[in-house]
Ligand binder design. Structure first.
Ligand code: DX5
Ligand code: ZN
Length: 228
C-alpha cells in the first residue's frame, strides 16, 4: 500500500494580483504544500520570487511553504527565507560545494531540508547526504520556467532514488517538478515519486483551480501501483 501522494502547487503561474485568493482555492482543492520558486537570474535564466512573497504567502495560508531555491550561494539566504515563513527549503546540488554543511544549516534553522538535481545531474552525487535529507527533488525539466515539457528520461533517476531509499531504509520524499500534469503524474508515481509539483496544470487548466488540484491527485493516486 503506497502512502498518499502529496500535491505541491507552484504559485509561479498564479495571478499575483489575487495571490491570497488563489492560494485559498488550492487549499480548498486539497493541496498539501505551496511551492515557491526562487530564481536569481544566475543559476537559472529567470528572476522570480524572494522572501517578500514567502512572507505574503505565509499570511495567506497555514499550509507548509515549500521553497525551491534556484539560486547561487543559497546558504546566504536560508535565514531570510526561514524568517519569512518557509517550512521546507530545497537547494540545488549544483550550487552547493559544501552540500552536507548546507543541509545541516537548513536543519539547524528547524526546517525540512531538500536537495534538487537538474536533469543532467546523477543521483549518485547525493550518496553522502541521502541519510540526512527530508526530500530529494528530481527536476523533470531544466529549471527556469513554468510551462515546459516533461522529460521522460528523468524517470530513471526517480527510480534510482526510490531504490536507494529502500536500500538505506530512509524516509525522504521524492519530489518531481516540471511538466507534471494528469498524464505525466502517473508515470512519476509509478517510478517512486511521492510529491508532485505543478504550476501550469493547476493555474492554466482553463477550469476551476480546486478541481485541477483534485484531478492531479486522482491521476497520481489511481495510477500509482507503487514503484516496487
Ligand atoms: C521550474 C520550477 C517549477 C515550475 C513548474 O524551474 O521549478 O516549479 O514552476 O511549472 P510547470 O508545472 O508549469 O512545469
Ligand atoms: Zn520548483
Amino acid at each position: 500500500m503506497t502512502p498518499a501522494m502529496k500535491i505541491a502547487v507552484s504559485i509561479l503561474s498564479a495571478d499575483f494580483t489575487r495571490l491570497g485568493a488563489q492560494i485559498a482555492e488550492c487549499e480548498a482543492g486539497g493541496a498539501d504544500w505551496i511551492h515557491i520558486d526562487v530564481m536569481d537570474g544566475h543559476f537559472v535564466p529567470n528572476i522570480t520570487l524572494g522572501p517578500v512573497i514567502v512572507e505574503a504567502a505565509r499570511r495567506a495560508t497555514r499550509l507548509p511553504l515549500d521553497v525551491h531555491l534556484m539560486i547561487e550561494a543559497p546558504e546566504r539566504y536560508l535565514e531570510a527565507f526561514a524568517a519569512a515563513g518557509a517550512d521546507r527549503m530545497t537547494v540545488h546540488q549544483e550550487t552547493c560545494p559544501h552540500l552536507y554543511q548546507t543541509v545541516q544549516q537548513i536543519k539547524a534553522l528547524g526546517k525540512r531540508a531538500g536537495v534538487a538535481l537538474n536533469p543532467g545531474t546523477p543521483a549518485a552525487t547525493l550518496s553522502e547526504v541521502l541519510t540526512e535529507v527530508d526530500m530529494v527533488l528530481a527536476m523533470t525539466v531544466e529549471p527556469g520556467f513554468s510551462g515546459q515539457k516533461f522529460m521522460p528520461h528523468t524517470l530513471r533517476k526517480v527510480r534510482q532514488l526510490h531504490e536507494q531509499k529502500v536500500a538505506l531504509g530512509a524516509a525522504y520524499d521524492i519530489q518531481v517538478d516540471g511538466g507534471i500534469d494528469p498524464a505525466t503524474a502517473p508515470l512519476a508515481a509509478q517510478a517512486g515519486a511521492t510529491v508532485m509539483v505543478a504550476a501550469t496544470a493547476i493555474f492554466k487548466s482553463g477550469g476551476v483551480i480546486a478541481e485541477a488540484v483534485r484531478r492531479l491527485r486522482r491521476s497520481a493516486e489511481e495510477h500509482d501501483r507503487g514503484p516496487g
